[in-house]
Write a protein that binds this ligand. Structure first.
Ligand code: ZN
Length: 855
């Protein structure tokens, strides 16, 4: 795999960006780094040897000279001055007693002309080295394959007397890189994570990692595997709302789609027995190998169920906790923690507040050795805005509520989007500013255990679809930034961005920084909720024609600036792919917005470039063994983009043309027209693979009222459906009038807008007087299905008297991002003539809908 060593020559004298306390200014002119050599202890630990190699690599990158290395003891000292690394006698002589330092604390100390870099065992010394590289060489490790240091042969080191340790105790980055584990890429990712002081998942050379027992997330299935007990003891497993034990595991591994019954005493006994056995084994192994023993017992419930257990005993317990299932969970966890704490008082029992346990109970508190990680549900927070933003008030309230209940808290912070859009449509958008604001706030509030979920396209070779079919703007920057803030949450954003852009984009730094600002400024200006904005609305509310054009020009400039630097060019093109995808899937809307301005962008050129960029991206980022699978996946996405025309990507342009002759006097379509009603090629969609799914929509339209009721089989673990209803009115040749309405999240967040689409003028927003008060939308989750209704009084629309036909597209987007077989997108078109209505079902992709009934 590639390893880009990015060297940028600088001629200016280096001044440390974060001035060290106790370093007088005159010391900046201290002696040159290249007069030094590395001194390891006589018997170095693996992490000391590895850290020395990293230091020498970066010194060579920065100064262009190799730094010699020796060990304390036998050999005569080399000419020059020593950088004493780790547990050296010299460090002890200077009073740096490593055994007294916490495991991740680091220390920098100049002693005469020598330097001591050391820290607590097992990671402190490595952190001392990485910190030294960042502060005094300006170095950075930006993604697994990109290390950077500005070239400065005369680099001088100031006088040092500094110590520090990472701000958050547990620092996890969840699957950030497209790295299959079988070709050494995983090890590069681990090197990257270790350098950036992520402490979940390191090897011996990194000083290991925080050990959790059992590893991974959603661990209920590891304690009570369904394969082991489903037949012999079905009572161990959770009962659903219908009274059935959940004994199937549709995910084919033992971690999803069922829970255990926490009220069953045998379940509790087995969980405690296994926890103790695993912890004892771990402690034995740690004593033998000298590694860190486990600090965390991970008892977290499984994913993808609506409830915990609803057996009579569990229902009674839930009732005791005022209906909160988190109360049932904490009762169970506290009992486990009590049993484990007797033998392992230093082990923390970690559990997740997630899905059904998201809301805290007021009736019970977690025991002192329990830590609750509050997981903001998928789709809940608007990730491009900080938690303190009003739109995220529900997430902020949740954190505050848990803060009142739990003594020790962690956050599972969703930093990626889970958009529910067609495969192959990638939405420009990012959350760099929001992340920067959030981390200092979370530190201020005392959270100590951070889990940053920020995976990108096919992260770690994860091919689950469509969760990871998502190429997000500036994802490499986001991952690096998160690692920096997990270590030091109060660092300035500009200073961090300066480093990243210089290293990652080289001569294209300026236009790429402008591109980031273009996206972030547009997000800040937009009043829309962006995380689940579907494609058509996205082109209206964020990446409109003006922004697409501006991005295109910035990316042209950026590419031109780095044509002779393959690694920088590939980083620029990665961002181009996101914008090109958005263009291909919203072109019709964009051209309607600004046909003349967009004339310079040709669909064929974009398609060609998009295809070529993907080929390069796959080549550069995936192991040979994985490339065919990624390429096949991409081929399908590309074919879909190629199969549609610009017109197909504009929902307002594809109002079905129904000749009046095809409409009967009672408003129904004649049989011939039903057969003619072509599918709308709006978007490719996932196949519906579960026969039991229910998707019913009843539409009832009269002269005065439009009513629509829906019943969608979508788990309430996921986002509620978003409904977009477009009423397009053809009031004569050349004039269309559309009312678009978007509703989501039950009865809230309704947007109503009226668009004047009359070409060639741009759209105008028209007032829709009296509309909102009479309009109603409600939805609720009943027995795992989203049901709801919409009622629109036509009288409230300011329709002109010459109305000839009214069209409505009803577009449902149900949020089931982790379950492709549940993602439903379909369109119903309603053609009304006068006060009579006709319903034309039309669907995307492989979904076939029955002809609906109408009254
Ligand atoms: Zn139960």
């Amino acid at each position: 795999m590639r390893l880009n060593l990015v060297v940028v020559p600088v001629t200016l004298m280096f001044v440390p960006q974060s001035a060290t306390a106790g370093s007088p200014r005159h010391d900046v002119t201290g002696h040159e780094l290249r007069a030094h050599y590395v001194v390891l202890p006589a018997q170095p630990a693996p992490e000391e040897t590895y850290a020395a190699a990293v230091l020498r690599d970066f010194v060579s990158l920065a100064t262009g000279t190799a730094m010699p290395q020796t060990t304390e003891g036998d050999r005569p000292p080399l000419q020059g001055y020593g950088i004493y690394l780790g547990n050296t006698r010299r460090a002890a002589m200077e009073g740096v007693e490593l055994s007294r330092l916490p495991s991740e604390e680091w220390r920098h100390l100049t002693c005469g002309r020598d330097i001591v870099l050391a820290g607590g065992s097992p990671r402190g010394t490595a952190y001392a080295v990485y910190e030294f590289i960042e502060r005094h060489l300006g170095g950075a490790w930006l993604d697994p394959w990109t290390r950077y240091a500005p070239r400065c042969p005369e680099r001088r080191i100031p006088r040092l007397d500094t110590r520090g340790r990472p701000a958050f105790a547990i620092r996890t980055l969840y699957n950030p890189f497209p790295s299959p584990a079988d070709d050494g890429t995983l090890s590069q990712s681990q090197d990257f994570c270790a350098f950036n002081k992520v402490n979940s998942g390191g090897q011996a050379r990194h000083g290991g990692a925080i050990v959790q027992i059992p590893p991974g997330g959603h661990t209920f299935g590891r304690f009570i595997p369904i394969d082991e007990f489903a037949k012999s003891n079905p009572e161990y497993f959770s009962m659903d709302a219908q009274g059935e034990r959940q004994l199937t595991d549709r995910n084919t591994n033992n971690t999803c789609y069922y829970q255990f019954c926490p009220s069953n005493p045998n379940v509790r006994r087995i969980v405690v027995e296994r926890a103790l056995e695993w912890l004892r084994n771990d402690r034995r192994q740690a004593e033998q190998t000298g590694s860190e023993p486990a600090r965390i017992l991970n008892v977290t419930h499984n994913d993808m169920t609506d409830d915990f257990c609803l057996c009579p005993d569990c229902r009674a317990a839930i009732a005791r906790h005022a209906g909160r299932q988190s109360g049932l969970l904490l009762e169970f966890i506290n009992k486990v923690a009590e049993a484990v704490g007797k033998e392992f008082p230093k082990v923390t029992v970690v559990t997740n507040a997630y899905t059904f346990s998201l809301e805290p109970p007021s009736t019970i508190k977690p025991a002192a050795n329990v830590l609750v990680i509050c997981c903001n549900s998928i789709g809940n927070p608007e990730v491009c805005r900080p938690l303190a933003h009003p739109t995220n008030s529900a997430s902020a309230r949740l954190l505050a509520d848990w803060g009142r209940v739990a003594g020790r808290m962690g956050v599972w912070h969703y930093l990626r989007t889970y958009p529910d859009h067609p495969p192959g449509f990638y939405m420009p958008g990012t959350n760099i500013r929001a992340i920067h604001a959030d981390f200092s706030m979370l530190k201020d509030r005392g959270y100590d255990h951070m889990f940053a979920e920020c995976e990108d396209f096919w992260a770690y070779g994860n091919t689950s679809h469509p969760t990871t079919d998502e190429l997000q703007s500036f994802s490499p920057l986001r991952t690096w930034l998160v690692s920096k803030l997990l270590d030091q949450p109060y660092r300035g954003l500009d200073e961090l961005l300066d480093t990243f852009f210089a290293g990652y984009y080289g001569a294209a730094s300026e236009p790429m920084r402008a591109l980031l600002n273009l996206i972030e400024d547009a997000q800040e200006r937009s009043a829309a909720r962006l995380i689940d904005l579907e494609r058509f609305r996205h082109a209206e509310h964020l990446v409109d024609a003006r922004m697409q054009l501006a991005a295109n020009r910035l990316l042209d400039r950026a590419e031109k600036a780095v044509l002779d630097s393959p690694s920088h060019l590939s980083h620029v093109r990665r961002e181009r792919m996101v914008f090109d995808s958005a263009f291909l899937w919203t072109e019709g809307i964009l051209r309607r917005q600004a046909a003349k301005d967009l004339a310079e962008i040709k669909r064929d050129d974009v398609l060609r470039r998009y295809r070529a960029c993907w080929q390069d991206y796959i080549q550069a980022n995936y192991a040979a063994s994985v490339r065919p699978a990624v390429a096949a996946h991409l081929a399908a996405n590309l074919a879909a983009a190629e199969a549609v025309t610009a017109r197909d990507t504009d929902p307002f342009a594809i109002v079905p043309r129904v000749p009046e002759a095809d409409i009967t006097v009672d408003g129904r379509l004649v049989e011939a027209a039903w057969r003619k009603a072509a599918r709308l090629k709006l978007t490719p969609q996932h196949a519906f693979s579960t026969a039991a799914e229910r998707h019913e929509v009843l539409v009832n339209c009269s002269a005065t009222r439009f009513n629509l009721a829906f019943d969608l089989a979508v788990s309430k673990s996921h986002a509620p459906p978003t409904l977009m209803l477009c009423l397009a009115k053809n009031a004569g040749p050349g004039r269309q009038f559309t009312v678009a309405l978007t509703a989501a999240k039950g009865a809230v967040e309704v947007q109503v807008s009226a668009l004047d689409l009359e070409p060639p003028t741009m759209r105008k927003r028209l007032p829709v007087s009296g509309f909102a008060p009479s309009y109603s939308f409600k939805s609720d989750c009943v027995n795992g299905r989203w049901v709801g209704e919409v009622s629109l009084p036509f009288a409230e629309f300011d329709f002109p008297a010459d109305l000839r036909r009214l069209y409505a597209n009803v577009y449902f987007q149900t949020g089931a991002p982790d379950a492709p077989d549940k993602a439903s997108h379909f369109v119903w078109s309603i053609a009304a003539k006068g006060n009579r209505a006709t319903f034309i079902p039309s669907a995307y992709g492989t979904l076939d809908l029955e002809a609906p009934t109408s009254e």
